[in-house]
Ligand binder design. Structure first.
Ligand SMILES: C[C@H](O)[C@@H](O)[C@@H](O)C(=O)CO
Ligand SMILES: [Mn+2]
Length: 601
């Protein structure tokens, strides 16, 4: 067994298990299949380890069964090996007929796919169909992968359509396995009556396999007053902030402006809050050296949220700096994986951000879905016409602070604005993100001061806006809209921004329209959004979110992903093929949450 690769929570990363299955008949048949099938397994392992990383940058490890699986004994040996190795995702590969019930992976909690080779010599596709039928009959959803074009027996290349499905499945499966057993940490409780802040234990436990941790915001006060944070790191952080974080305009009326001394003290407070929140999430060995062994352990949190409003922000500086820096891909320690932290402790947005992060490896933008600006309304208040991509209206995504600085769009991929995995981000790009960000003294909502990030997201970035909502009688449901960030003329932006909040970060978003249903126009997308917040991920990741949601049995109520890109378990089509959206709801309801029995209610 190899040395486990651990993450910053000190637990091993899940591995991908690969199962080469064969027809177990010896004396010719099995022997003729062994090498070819093992080669398929190695080819899949190579493809996945070369193309996927964990969101912390570590390589993805694949574990291949010790032998081909021709029957139940070898299936059991493989399951035992996978359990020992920490396999969280399983992929079965075969070019031939095998015995479905005897060779199948029956672990109900591990996302499963089967690649049945499209060939003519041996019936791989017949096995694929039979083993999928077996999974469906037993209530174990599995993804079927069948290449479009016939390959020759012994061809160990993986066709592009098969590669795409293997990668989509594996990345989503790893997300399922990665969040399992981790915690969501609520720092405070419900902010301003927002229901998304209710950390619904059954949702976290049954659908995500996560646990919930709760810490009162007074813990920040205790740690600040008693100096329970790394003092050296604090000094370093404060120096970095003074050098790199430009203060923006104080737009408050004179009687509400805080003095220079207060603002300087506020900077100290928000930097301490950042260190403390991070330590609360993932722990910090430095605290053990200081005699705080319990605090050093953290709360095993893969995501967190900070209530802030109102009790905290009525008295102390707001959480904007903390949230923006933690969710960015860099800080005073350099370039690193973003932490997932939701503002206003909106736990449902935190989960959406977490899923987006695990699928893209990049930072996420947290935002209020604030305003739909029709071309007519823009014309009325600015006298100008919206043009180009913005011509059909725009959605104003804006919230006081938590949008990651990556959301400035100052990083590039092939010359176009991007939000990249931290290992692809350069020091120069970090500088640019910091240069275009201003930190404005907080406005009147925040009586305790603080600083809000102010920037405008560069236009032309492909993004996906998403959100999980909880609906009584239905459970969790995902909605998403692929689209682009857009630039609008600066004078138009200034007028629209000033009548909203000029001290907050703005992303102008336009969804891709399909001409149908909710995606017939920009207004309908805004009008059908299920909550006040959204998470914005880099790239068009709707198909990946749909695959991941199906693994978690979360139906998708609204999306603009072309049907041919949607990849769900084979059983989903048995719930109806004419109306894929309805079938998704029926299948998710029939299977129920993954960790609550998971195989039918
Ligand atoms: C400052 C205000 O309270 C905002 O934070 C509020 O409008 C929201 O963001 C609600 O989601
Ligand atoms: Mn908000």
């Amino acid at each position: 067994m190899s040395t486990p690769i651990v993450n910053r929570l000190n637990v091993p990363m899940p591995k991908i298990g690969i199962r080469p299955t064969v027809d177990g008949r010896r004396g010719g048949i099995r022997e003729s299949l062994e090498d070819i099938t093992m080669n398929m397994a190695h080819a899949v392992a190579k493809l996945l380890s070369e193309n996927i990383r964990h969101s912390n940058g570590l390589p993805v490890e694949c574990v291949i069964a010790d032998s081909c699986i021709g029957g139940v004994a070898e299936a059991a040996q493989t399951a035992e090996k996978f359990a020992r190795e920490g396999v969280g995702v399983s992929i079965t590969v075969t070019p031939s007929w095998c015995y479905p019930l005897e060779t199948m992976d029956t672990d109900p909690l591990i996302p499963k796919a089967i690649w049945g080779f499209n060939g003519t010599d041996r019936p791989g596709a017949v096995y694929l169909a039979a083993v999928l039928a077996a999974h469906n009959q037993k209530g174990l959803p599995a993804f079927g992968i069948y290449g479009k074009d016939v390959q020759d027996f012994g061809d160990d290349s993986i066709p592009a359509d098969v590669q795409e499905k293997l990668i989509r499945f594996a990345k989503a499966g790893l997300a399922v396995a990665t969040i399992r057993g981790k915690a969501y940490l609520s720092l405070g409780s419900v902010s301003m009556g927002i229901a998304g802040c209710i950390a619904d234990e059954s949702f976290f436990h049954e659908y995500l396999g996560m646990r919930n941790e709760y810490v009162d915001m007074t813990e920040f006060v205790r740690r600040m007053e008693r100096g329970i944070y790394d003092k050296e790191e604090y000094e370093k952080a404060l120096r970095w902030v003074k050098e790199h974080c430009r203060e923006g305009e104080d737009v408050n009326p004179d009687h509400l402006k805080r003095t220079r001394e207060q603002k300087d003290r506020d900077w100290e407070t928000v930097v301490k809050m950042t260190l403390i929140a991070r330590d609360l999430m993932v722990g910090n060995p430095k605290l053990a050296e200081m005699g705080y062994g319990e605090e050093a352990l953290g709360h095993h949190a893969i995501a967190a949220g900070f209530q802030g409003q109102r009790q905290w922000t009525d008295h102390y500086p707001n959480g904007d700096f903390m949230e923006a820096i933690l969710t960015s891909s860099f800080d005073w320690n350099g370039i690193r994986e973003p932490y997932i932290m939701s503002t206003e402790n909106d736990a449902l947005n935190a989960v959406t951000m977490l899923l987006g992060h695990l699928l893209t490896d990049a930072a996420q933008i947290f935002a209020d879905v604030r305003t739909y600006w029709s071309p007519e309304a823009v014309k009325r208040v600015t006298g100008k016409e919206l043009e180009g991509m913005a011509a059909g209206g725009i959605i104003h995504l804006i919230n006081s602070g938590p949008a990651a600085l990556d959301g400035t769009g100052q990083q590039t991929k092939d010359g176009a604005p991007a939000m990249k995995p931290f290992w692809e981000i350069t020091g120069e790009e970090v500088e640019k993100c910091l240069q275009v960000t201003k930190w404005c003294p907080a406005v009147d909502f925040f009586r305790g001061g603080g600083f809000s990030t102010d920037f405008q997201t560069k236009g032309g970035m492909p993004v996906t806006m998403a959100r999980i909502n909880l609906v009584k009688g239905l459970g969790p449901v995902l909605q998403l809209a692929e689209g682009y960030t857009v630039d609008i003329p600066q004078d138009v932006h200034d007028i629209l921004d000033q009548r909203t909040n000029q001290t907050w970060p703005t992303t102008w978003f336009v969804p891709n329209l399909t001409g149908e249903g909710v995606f017939k126009d920009v207004y309908s997308v805004m009008n059908n959004w299920g909550s006040n917040h959204c998470a914005l991920s880099y790239g068009h990741i709707g198909a990946d979110l749909i695959t991941l949601a199906s693994m978690l049995r979360i139906p998708v109520s609204m999306h603009n992903v072309p049907a041919e890109k949607c990849f769900r378990p084979s059983a989903w089509s048995a719930f109806g093929t004419a109306d894929a959206e309805g079938a998704d709801f029926r299948a998710c309801a029939a299977y129920g949450p993954l960790y609550a029995g998971g195989r039918g209610r």
